[in-house]
Structures are given as C-alpha cells and as structure tokens.
Design a protein around this ligand. Structure first.
Ligand code: AMP
Length: 190
C-alpha cells in the first residue's frame, strides 16, 4: 500500500492534486473536510456539531474527527492505498493515524507538504468562495482564522513526520501541472 498524507494550509491545492493522484495512481482519497460537508448536507448530528466549528474556521474536536476517519477507513477494505487530505491536523490526530495504520501493518509512506504564502492563500480562497459559495470561503475573517489555526495548531504535524524522515516539501505556487509533476516523482519513487 502507498499511504500519502497530503499536507498544507487551506487553499494550497490539496483537493486539486488529490483528484489527479486518484486518476493516475488509483489511490483512495479521504478528505475529512469533504466528509464533514457531506454530514452537514445530510443534516446528521455529527454534521451539525462539526458545522459550528467549521463556520468559525476552527478545528472540529479530535475525538469526533478521529472516530469519523476510523469508520471511513473501515468501510474501505482492500484499497491500494490512501491519500489523507486535511488529516491529520493535530498531533493527537497524527498519532491516531499512525496507530490505525500500524494495526494494518501499513505505515504512512510520505507526507507531501504544499507550501503557499498566507496572502496567496487568502486570495485563492476568496476566489473559490465566489465560484463555489462554500460557506467558510465567503468571509475574509473566517479565512484568516483558518490560516492562523493552520499555522498555530497544524504546522507542528509536519515536524512529527519530519522526525520519521517522511516529510517532502513542494512549492505550491507553481502551476497545477508543475506541482503534480513533483508529486508524481515522489510517488513513482515509492
Ligand atoms: P477543509 O475542507 O480540509 O479545508 O476543512 C474544512 C473545515 O473542516 C476545517 O476548517 C475544519 O473546521 C474542519 N476539518 C476538516 N478536517 C479536519 C481535521 N482533520 N480536524 C479538525 N477539523 C477538521
């Protein structure tokens, strides 16, 4: 199995790159943000709980997020590997992921981190909000809060995987095809 943690701030291009990786490498894409949005659409209790945090640009509590991810992975046996997009976002989430994969005898293969400057992220997210109407992309205050939360709470997760010699950083401000070229080189080497 190839298990990739696709890492980076909101608006760095994780979703775009993940869908190209699915097409080329036949991996299973799990985005915790997408899972929460589908719970919200389904008006489930989990969705309502998550929405309160998402609307403010805060992280959903670890216990809720980890349980949701566990259930999703259990519902997908026999896959070639996973792309984790938007997870883990905290050290407890990273430890939970490492443990879950260890139970399957399948470590994280690489963390691929897409680097984009804060101002560029905010510009991209405002444009995405205009095009998609996605709730948390509509307010500049909420967008800046998501960037701040990333820098304060999520960035330490990169050090967690750097200590395991699994971190690879890519300039996420190159074109979509150039970024995908770099990602492909990493995946082809595994
Ligand atoms: P995303 O689509 O990955 O940008 O996520 C949208 C929102 O969902 C985030 O701002 C968080 O409120 C919530 N979320 C997604 N993934 C996680 C996670 N791993 N931990 C906590 N909250 C998350």
């Amino acid at each position: 199995m190839i298990n990739i943690v696709l890492f980076g701030p909101p608006g760095c291009g994780k979703g775009t790159q993940a869908s190209k990786m699915v097409d080329k490498y036949n991996l299973c894409h799990i985005s915790t943000g997408d899972l929460f949005r589908s719970e919200i659409t389904g008006k489930t209790a989990l969705g309502m709980e998550a929405k309160a945090y998402m609307d403010k640009g805060e992280l959903v509590p670890d216990s809720v997020t980890i349980n949701m991810l566990k259930l999703k992975m259990q519902s997908l046996p026999d896959v070639n590997g996973f792309i984790f997009d938007g997870f883990p976002r905290t050290i407890p989430q990273a430890e939970a992921l490492d443990n879950m994969l260890q139970e399957m005898n399948e470590p994280v293969s690489k963390m691929i981190s897409l680097k984009v400057r804060d101002e560029e992220l905010v510009k991209r997210l405002l444009m995405r909000g205009e095009a998609s109407g996605r709730a948390d992309d509509l307010s500049e205050d909420v967008i800046w809060n998501r960037v701040r939360v990333y820098n304060e709470q999520t960035l330490p997760v990169a050090s967690h995987y750097q200590k395991q010699s699994k971190l690879v950083e890519i300039n996420g401000e190159e074109s979509i095809e150039e970024v995908f070229g770099e990602i492909s080189k990493i995946l082809d080497s595994l």
